[in-house]
Design a protein around this ligand. Sequence first.
Ligand SMILES: Cc1cc2nc3c(=O)[nH]c(=O)nc-3n(C[C@H](O)[C@H](O)[C@H](O)COP(=O)(O)OP(=O)(O)OC[C@H]3O[C@@H](n4cnc5c(N)ncnc54)[C@H](O)[C@@H]3O)c2cc1C
Length: 806
Amino acid sequence: MREKAQAVVIGGGVIGCSILYHLTKLGWTDVVLLERDELTSGSTWHAAANIHGLHDSTNISRIQHYTMKLYKELEAETGQSCGVFQPGSLYLAQTEEREHQLRLQAAKAKLYGMNFYEISVERAQKLHPMVDYTGIRCVMFEPDGGNVDPSGVTSAYAAGARQNGAEINRFTPVTATEQQPDGSWIVRTPKGDIHTQWVVNAAGLWGREVAALAGVTLPLQPTEHQYFVTETIKEIADNAERLPSVSDRDGEYYLRQEGQGLLVGAYEKNMKFWAEDGTPLDFAHELFADDLERIEDNMMNAINRVPAVGEAGIKRVINGPMIWSPDANVLFGPVPELENYFCCNGIIPGFSQSGGMGLMAAQWMIEGETQYDMFAWDMARFGDWAGKEFTRAKVADQYAHRFAIHFPNEERSAGRPCRVRPIYQAQQEMGAVFGLNVGWEHPLWFADQPGTKDTNGFTRQNWFEPVGRECKMLRDAAGIIDISNFAKYICKGAGASDWLNALFANNMPKAIGRSCLTPLIGKRGGIAGDFTVTRVAEDEFWVIGSGLAERYHTRFFKQVPLPKGTTFTSHTEAICGFNVAGPKSRDILQRLTNASLATADFPFMRSKMIELAGVELLALRVSFTGDLGWELHCKTEDQTRLYAALLDAAKEFGAGPVGSRALMSLRVEKGYGSWSREYSPEYWPQEVALDRLCKMDKAFLNKPAVAATMATPAREHMVLLHLNAADVTASNADATGGEPIFKDGVGIGRVTSGTYGYSVGMSLALGFVKGAKAGDNVDVMVLGKPHRATILAEPPFDPKGERLRA
Ligand SMILES: Cc1cc2nc3c(=O)[nH]c(=O)nc-3n(C[C@H](O)[C@H](O)[C@H](O)COP(=O)(O)OP(=O)(O)OC[C@H]3O[C@@H](n4cnc5c(N)ncnc54)[C@H](O)[C@@H]3O)c2cc1C
């Protein structure tokens, strides 16, 4: 066994082997995989191994398409069969909502050149005559869908990696991973130790146990999962052509041909956890006892749709373990608090995603960043707050709703409340409908009746009118928005200014009381974050950024060494905030403070420590609403007192609480981009109009990369679109994000944020397009159907920024 390696991959399932293969593909050949048993010994060997390309998320679709294509290439490269069958997949819609979802996916497929399109029921009948199509509203066909042989695929990755120089050691359990002072690792096994730069946790069912060796807790929970295979069915035996698989997600089962029978798998409502206190170390190539009663309802749905399932006997039942994260997505990326420890855990569709995840993992380790924005799958989206109870509740919910449609703006209630701030109860009593944000409850909108819940769908829902009233109140008078979600950091010390200048792309404010907006630049020269930095004292700065991205951003903060004696600390929990905005915000606030808020004394982009309603706070004259307004940041223990005073003072002016859905609408009316939608490492500064904030006459993190991207013409541009009112009224739906944009039938871009702009009376969308300019007419595929739209030359609300600066 090698004693040194560039990377040690722990786990020889499909994911570990794919990562090993891709590391070698990208040039690291001195890599080792350690497997405690035979390869495939976790979930891999017994998987149904269906493969699909299309997904609600565009980047996951890209990853899945890459994977589907790779299997054939891998076979050619290694000579090892992956057992690929690609008879295609039929997607059935039983409900209007499913039809919307599938039509949107078909529109995306057209934009990205992926093979997924609608076919007639007659054509579907020819492709799969055993399906009863009664009640099916539409059918989509994915010609490349199918399944693979799980062991074949794993062996092919392993063979490819070995061919490229990797070493694989089976029956070699990792017993310890020890970080060295220089950031490298010692990986210990009974057969010897390996000194390595990177450790990769691909230990699947044992992801928690392997993480714990490095002192890391991962929010993961295994469950049981079952499928069964029928005896031979005559029609299948007589048919020379393999049948396409059937995705009848409204029926909550999956179905495909296996041998000369059918395979049916189910995500049942009364799911069963396994190994809650830890995955047994001696478990390998084992299954659980059959429990078909648990999946009876799903089986009945399958039988109703494909009667042959009920007529054939059951030949084999597989009841095996799989491991889930709280949102059923992979926990991906380096652990931010450690050096060079990479996680790729909790993948549910391992066979649809193995190739893409392996490629992304290798890119991240070798090139420093992935080509696609992986923020939604970054393990940094969870933190210590995602404890065992939260994880259990979420996993139970995710499992039971695996095939349910996940609507835009959907908020699921499982596991909540998890984290609350002092005013939570007061907000509840005022009718707040809450969303989950980094574990915190935060108000999305305020209903007339406390206890009201969101309805869900692709069309306008029960919150459409109330959010409109909040927007109107803010634009006519003022609104109080809870912005405690923002991440808040304080940088203090003689080296604070230098350090922040070395980190961020913009020049840091020189004068006390000044603020600046600044991008953070990623390894490939894209936007890794957007922040507001305020100088509150000669040696003290407040940095405000996205709360969602706080753990993600720590990886960047670590890359610039802090000068001795200078500190940079998170105050996100200790500080709460409100944005009081709207034309009457000054009048409301002036009632509560002796500090002058007149523009002459407190202009736009300035800040002051003031006392307001008897509370010491930092007031910043900025507002994401694009209106006159202040952000007020106070100690968490003062939040209740401040909120009560603000609400009380607001009453007289016809103002009140406003939630984050309204904020979304207000910022889009101004054309403001937002982290993880318009701002992402995939976009270059000049594509999102942030290039003017990159100061090329100073050094900052990843400056050479951004210099290279800025020297290249923009690939596309962020634009604001106005959707035709008649089309929007007819569909009763606004864009929500992800909708493709076509011009004269050619795909030119996609929506990143969509909303109704209540104060301007326009359905709006922010998005990226290429080859189109202001005034051009395009089609936005809301619900997968063309909605005429015009690219606006300027934001419809206050284009000159007069309200902001009033
Ligand atoms: C019944 C069932 C059906 C499924 N059907 C599908 C499907 O149709 N399509 C699909 O895409 N996915 C399917 N899956 C999911 C799929 O099986 C998983 O996504 C995939 O196998 C995960 O692979 P992995 O490599 O992450 O983990 P695992 O397969 O669990 O592999 C982890 C490996 O790590 C090794 N290991 C653990 N600890 C150590 C240690 N300390 N030292 C060394 N090695 C260690 C283990 O021995 C194991 O071999 C199904 C799963 C189940 C249970």
